[in-house]
Design a protein around this ligand. Structure first.
Ligand code: NAD
Length: 211
């Protein structure tokens, strides 16, 4: 598989969103120029990105098939492989993630949640069971989930992480405000911080105000 830069990975879902809108309007062919104009990227950048993911080389001036591009990008991003996941910490954020149906479009299927709160244990969210965190290892033995979404309070996160390291977990999507890293590289970790993303917006607002 060809290697993509982090910036390319960030751009691919944006192409996908635009291509799906075109598909909804029954558009069959799209040009790099159109995508560049819609998304504010250079044409050369778009061409390079599409070359990276496309199984079939594009022909100059003929454009590319919208359906084929959608399929190639989904394949490249791994959306076609369904990743089953569990959520640990079913509070505000965990509840919202478990309820969101849109993840199915990205090959993400949340199958259960775990919490410490007795009022939540034994209930369901969007038809998915909430189990006792004390039973994590036992239940995971049956679920065989490879992906864990961590939405626990920060002071509880390290303890859960140490437990996960002893289990057969492939990846952690960590929303708790603690930067997790696995030096052994056994577990793929993606730390998410919306505040960091807001820094981009905040800085742009400041720049505009200073003009
Ligand atoms: P919350 O308090 O509503 O939910 C936390 C849940 O974790 C509760 O249901 C609680 O019972 C459960 N919990 C506590 N200890 C546990 C344990 N040992 N095992 C399992 N479950 C346990 O909090 P929230 O608003 O949903 O936020 C969750 C986390 O996400 C926090 O760490 C918060 O700082 C973080 N957060 C991150 C972002 C981001 O951008 N990454 C945005 C919002 C919130």
């Amino acid at each position: 598989m060809k290697k993509a830069s982090p910036n390319q990975i960030e751009r691919l879902p944006l192409y996908l969103k635009t291509l799906k809108l075109l598909k909804d309007e029954n558009v069959l062919i799209v040009s790099s120029a159109y995508l560049a104009n819609e998304l504010g990227f250079s044409e050369e950048q778009v061409r390079k990105d599409l070359q990276l993911v496309s199984k079939k080389a594009g022909k100059p001036k003929t454009g590319r098939s919208v359906n084929l591009l959608i399929s190639d990008i989904e394949d490249f991003l791994g959306y076609k492989t369904v990743n089953e996941a569990i959520v640990i910490g079913v509070g505000n954020l965990g509840h919202a993630l478990m309820s969101y149906q849109g993840f199915n479009n990205y090959g993400l299927n949340i199958i259960a949640g775990f919490d410490i709160d007795e009022n939540k244990i034994g209930t369901t969210i969007a038809g998915k069971p909430i189990y006792d965190i004390n039973d994590l290892e036992k239940i995971e033995d049956n679920l065989h989930t490879k992906l864990v979404i961590l939405t626990t309070p920060s002071d509880k996160t390290m303890e859960i992480y140490h437990r996960l390291k002893k289990m057969d977990i492939k990846a952690i999507w960590n929303f708790a405000p603690i930067h997790l890293k696995d030096n052994s590289k056994k577990i793929i970790i993606e730390n998410v911080d919306l505040a960091t993303l807001f820094a981009k917006l905040s800085h742009k607002i400041k720049e505009k105000e200073c003009q």
